[in-house]
Design a protein around this ligand. Structure first.
Ligand SMILES: Cc1cc2nc3c(=O)[nH]c(=O)nc-3n(C[C@H](O)[C@H](O)[C@H](O)COP(=O)(O)OP(=O)(O)OC[C@H]3O[C@@H](n4cnc5c(N)ncnc54)[C@H](O)[C@@H]3O)c2cc1C
Length: 374
């Protein structure tokens, strides 16, 4: 057992956007926080790296100098069907591009500056309740805390019951950073059979190219990413051009597997969940990062009230769950249905044809996937 600082107010498992932003807000309110991240900062992550502008003010409020980061502001979307039919639309709210390598590291530094104990390279192996306190065990040591929050992302760690996911509901994500000549204000979404690929600019004059497809699609190509890309993604002429005419900055892509978008829980195994751990949104709607950060804001307010003895733990969990449902349930459902519409050759083509004749409908669908500023 770690004796140096024997009891924390809150232990946070996972230092992605949800965990880091929660830790910063709690530290801003004077609470003692410990955060565990299994990787070592800075590190790359599979993500499309387009963030809805709804999160801009929030990141400023955490102390990131957003205006000084010279990030690309994205206000236009192009969407193509697998056969190359393409439509365009302005993005009313829009977004900005920033790599996770850069953003997560900025937040990591901010958390440390504010006094959060951040243990990176530290994997949480178990959480057990002992009376009023929780004991968090890592590969290195054990730590005590009044509350434990789970922001470990899409895949539950072994000490939490696994989600039952059908084979059909399993996806993989693949990401590259490339140099290409896509204008900074455009995000492109190119569909292919059983998947879609987003491309947009991030920091450092680099573009993020990231796609999602079913695990089955990869299996059908002998689990060979290159073969999958050449046989399936290249059918879309835009993707073929990007893959054959851009400079790829990694030798190999970053890949994650076993992703699913099934409903999850806000409280499980004594742990309060946020970000993707509470429910992941299909990336077609591009806003999982904003949802992760917004959930941290909702949770930080409730934890603050609990730690100041204004509400009980039961009230904390109930209030948080109610607010979570109000804010995200319908957004996640819309994304789930849109996800089923895209990636099918004919359906995607006819859906885009329809949206081409009805720009208002297209804008309406886009607005449903972006939230309000917070
Ligand atoms: C292909 C794809 C493209 C996407 N594109 C976009 C996009 O363009 N825009 C957008 O807004 N969203 C996008 N998303 C969604 C977005 O990436 C997530 O919603 C967001 O990262 C969620 O943040 P999080 O903090 O909840 O989880 P994560 O960022 O996944 O962070 C979880 C962290 O927990 C750590 N961890 C896990 N287990 C343990 C453990 N046992 N101990 C310690 N640490 C642990 C992990 O290492 C990780 O760093 C995309 C998702 C995918 C799959």
């Amino acid at each position: 057992m770690n004796n140096q600082s024997s009891k924390y107010d809150c232990a946070i498992i996972g230092g992605g956007l949800a965990g880091l932003t929660l830790s910063i807000q709690l530290a801003q309110n004077g609470h003692q926080v410990i955060l565990f991240e299994k990787n070592k900062y800075p590190f790359h992550k599979v993500c499309g790296e387009y963030i809805s502008l709804e999160s801009w003010d929030f990141l400023n409020s955490l102390g990131l100098p957003m205006a000084e980061l010279s990030l690309p502001i994205i206000n236009t979307i192009h969407v193509s069907a697998p056969n190359g039919f393409i439509i365009h639309s302005p993005l009313d709210l829009g977004g900005f591009g920033i790599s996770r390598f850069y953003l997560d590291n900025l937040l990591f530094k901010k958390a440390k500056e504010l006094g959060v104990t951040v243990l990176d390279n530290t994997k949480v192996l178990d959480v057990k309740q002992h009376g009023e306190l929780y004991v968090v065990s890592t590969n290195d040591d054990s730590y005590q805390s009044k509350l434990v929050c789970g922001s470990f992302g899409k895949i539950n760690p072994p000490f939490i019951a696994q989600q039952k996911v059908t084979e059909k509901g399993k996806y993989i994500g693949v990401k590259y950073h490339i140099k290409t000549d896509l204008p900074a204000h455009i995000i492109e979404l190119h569909n292919f059979k059983d998947g879609y690929c987003g491309i947009s600019k991030v920091d450092n004059d680099t573009n993020c190219l990231c796609y999602l497809t079913t695990s089955k699609n990869l299996r059908l190509h002998q689990n060979d990413i290159k073969r999958l890309e050449e046989n399936v993604l290249y059918e879309n002429p835009y993707l073929k051009k990007y893959f054959t005419e851009s400079t790829f900055l990694y030798e190999k892509p970053l890949v994650i597997s076993q992703i699913s978008f099934e409903k999850k829980h806000t409280y499980q195994h004594g742990i309060i969940m946020l970000g993707d751990s509470a429910g992941a949104i299909a990336p077609l709607c591009g806003n999982g990062m904003s949802i992760a950060m917004r959930s941290s804001k909702i949770l930080a307010k409730q934890i603050d009230s609990f730690l100041k003895n204004n509400i009980s733990k039961i009230e904390l969990i109930q209030n948080y769950t109610d607010e979570w449902n109000q804010n995200f349930s319908s957004r996640i459902k819309i994304a789930y249905y849109l996800q089923h519409l895209f990636g099918k050759k004919t359906t995607t083509y006819w859906s885009l044809k329809l949206l081409n004749y009805s720009p208002k409908l297209f804008k309406r669908i886009i607005s449903l996937t972006h939230g309000k500023k917070f």
